[in-house]
Design a protein around this ligand. Structure first.
Ligand SMILES: [Zn+2]
Length: 302
């Protein structure tokens, strides 16, 4: 199986065993404006991991986008807008290609080999350069009527305090979206508003864990907002598991602290819902995309 993830800046490709374990991977910076250059970069990174043994495999691509009928309909990354990436990559690479939302890929990996293998209903939350949601029922991803199932990042931040929504304009054209509070850029922006200095999101998380009082105060605000977001998902879906993945998150700390916030935001007892971290980072998304591509091949052959 072969998977690839584009997170907005980096292309990460990997080949996987049938059991879902990654045994070869490659990555490179992606062009950020030119679609043709982006396609060529994808081809280059895939060629690094193609071998005679996997030449017949399909490629699953996880994108920061809502995808309907194989066409990107919404994305924060303008080079992807209204593109037929599946068609174009199949032509360029000469191999079967399927395209998926990052949240769908994370939910799939979590249900097949990850943190939610025993879940009847699982909701995935990806928090990175952009944010994404996915939903899986009995191990199968559910994409919805428009490819936008569990699109939590563009719900408005619940229970805002006075002025909390001010100035939070989202790329989607609305304001107050959860993505404008919980993404990499959002955390970095909050830190800069407090200190006047820019600092990378991963550094803020690390500093918080190392008793940096200012960084920790910014992280605590982030956590309260994530608590409200996860409580809203529980109220809507009542899932067995919420799978949390991302690039700068302190997952053990979040999985310990978030459930304590839920009773204040949900109507009835939902203590059976578990919050689990996806420890694989971007590799978990890439693996999920590869699994979805293998599903498509199997479905086409049956
Ligand atoms: Zn939005």
């Amino acid at each position: 199986m072969i998977g690839l993830t584009f997170d907005g800046t980096i292309l990460t490709a990997a080949t996987l065993s049938d059991g879902g374990e990654i045994f070869a991977s490659a990555e490179q910076i992606a062009p950020d404006t030119d679609y043709r250059a982006w396609l060529l970069a994808v081809c280059a990174v895939i060629e690094q991991i193609r071998t005679p043994q996997n030449a017949g495999d399909a490629l699953g691509v996880a994108l920061p986008a809502i995808i309907e009928d194989d066409v990107v309909t919404y994305s924060a990354f303008s080079l992807l807008a209204n593109t037929s990436i599946r068609r174009d990559l199949q032509s360029a690479l000469g191999m079967p290609v399927s395209v998926h939302n990052i949240g769908e890929a994370l939910a799939t990996q979590a249900c097949r080999t990850g943190a939610a293998t025993d879940a009847q209903l699982a909701v995935a939350m990806w928090i990175g350069n952009s944010c994404h949601g996915g939903l899986a029922l009995a191990g199968q991803p559910v994409t919805g009527a428009h490819g936008a199932t569990a699109n939590w990042p563009h719900l408005q931040l619940p229970a805002p305090v006075p002025h909390e929504l001010d100035g939070r304009v989202c790329w989607c054209g609305r304001s107050g979206c959860l993505e404008s509070f919980l993404s990499t850029a959002a955390l970095e922006g909050d830190y800069q508003r407090v200190t006047g200095e820019w600092r990378a999101a991963a550094d803020i998380t690390t500093a918080s864990a190392n008793s940096d009082i200012v960084a920790d105060s910014v992280i605590q605000v982030f956590e309260d907002r994530l608590g409200r977001a996860t409580a809203t998902i529980i109220s809507l879906f009542d899932p067995d598991v919420i799978v949390l993945g991302g690039t700068f998150l302190n997952l053990p700390r979040l999985c310990e602290r978030m459930p304590r916030k839920w009773p204040g935001y949900v109507q009835v007892d939902r203590s059976k819902t578990r919050l689990v971290g996806s420890e694989g980072g971007i590799n978990a998304v890439t693996a999920g995309a590869a699994m979805l591509a293998a599903d498509r091949v199997m479905a086409a052959g049956s």
